[in-house]
Design a protein around this ligand. Structure first.
Ligand code: GDP
Length: 334
């Protein structure tokens, strides 16, 4: 008996994937994610169909973004949080957006020994960052993987990223709550403000408070002051600042209390669903933008003329506006 509403062109093997994911089986889940991460155009098409079929089963998880510089304690913290949530009967997926993996070929977040205890639990699913492509490509694949994890019944999906570059914006754009992990020293939070990261944060955690609790308390009040100068996107939420020790598992339960308080507040005001709607539309536009750019670059006339026009612009023989206009015109010719 099949209750799913399937697009007509879903073939038998894709149907198996969909049924397996919805049936909460691990192998079909992993296979679907592999399909999503593939660059092959035929795989992309299949992935789109599978995702479309899974869509009615998505939306049920709490999507938590976690960011911080390398060494701040992200994996220690996520492991402690994951184990706590499992203790409470929840299933947890951990995904990563690691822009370093596509730039250098090495990965900051990909180390296999990370979260060793959590990775042994059947209630947990840990997937390293997709490694190929631009940040936009990597983030897009993680976004799709998040939906698959939801369809597979995970109650909490944690998306982790490193505090470098633009990846925080991408992760904040795919999660319900974005949490920033900080070290208990003053220079660190100024960096975050400068980069505009603090504005994205719905919750700030000062980790490693066990090392010097007094300094952590000072950092907390400094960050609170700094936050007072920023405006949060919701009028109903003042981002809390928590001090915590991931290593000693001290404060992890309070962290989760704050997450549930945020969810309840946002649900109460209608902002929870509104944020997801806005995120979905922004994602669509991102895909349209990148799709247009790709089609433009692949257009035969554009390919024929691009190099010469670029050179002409560089030499000052034509204006950037005139060159862009003439190239873009090719898109409307057939
Ligand atoms: P990540 O790079 O952000 O994932 O950081 P890790 O979780 O790998 O932690 C980096 C180092 O900091 C490790 O040696 C951890 O044991 C240590 N660490 C993490 N959290 C804490 C904490 O709360 N207190 C102390 N003292 N050390 C911690």
């Amino acid at each position: 008996m099949n209750m799913l509403q399937m697009p007509a062109d879903l073939d038998i093997s894709d149907q198996h994937l969909v049924d397996g994911v919805v049936g909460r089986q691990l192998r079909p889940l992993a296979k679907t994610i592999t399909l999503i991460e593939s660059q092959r155009p035929d795989h992309r098409a299949r992935a789109r169909r599978v995702l479309e079929a899974l869509l009615p089963h998505t939306g049920g998880a709490m999507r938590v973004g976690i960011s911080g510089v390398p060494g701040v304690g992200k994996s220690t913290f996520i492991e402690a949080l994951g184990l706590l949530l499992i203790e409470r009967g929840l299933k947890v997926a951990v995904l990563a957006v690691d822009p370093s993996s596509s730039v250098t070929g090495g990965s900051i977040l990909g180390d296999k020994t990370r979260m060793e205890l959590l990775s042994q639990r059947t209630e947990a699913f840990i997937r390293p960052s997709p490694s190929a492509g631009s940040l936009g490509g990597v983030a897009g694949k993680t976004r799709e993987t998040l939906l698959v994890c939801e369809a597979a019944g995970f109650d909490v999906v944690i998306v982790e990223t490193v505090g470098v570059g633009q990846s925080e914006t991408a992760v904040a754009g795919m999660t319900d709550i974005f949490c920033l992990l900080q070290l208990p020293n003053a220079g660190d939070d100024l960096q975050a403000i400068k980069k505009g990261i603090m504005e994205l944060a719905d919750l700030i955690v000062i980790n490693k408070a066990d090392i010097d609790p007094r300094q952590a308390a000072v950092a907390k009040s400094q960050i609170k002051t700094a936050l007072g100068m920023l405006r949060h996107s919701s009028p109903n939420w003042v981002p809390p600042v928590l001090t915590l020790s991931a290593l000693k598992k001290d404060g992890v339960a309070q962290f989760w209390d704050e997450i549930t308080r945020y969810r309840d507040t946002m649900r109460g005001s209608g902002e929870f669903d509104e944020k997801r709607r806005t995120q979905a539309q922004a994602w669509m536009w991102e895909l349209i933008d990148s799709g247009l750019r790709q089609r433009f670059r692949e257009h035969p006339q554009v390919r024929a003329e691009l190099a010469a026009l670029q050179a002409a612009v560089a030499r000052g023989e034509t204006t950037p506006a005139a060159a862009a206009h003439s190239l873009l015109n090719h898109l409307s010719e057939h």
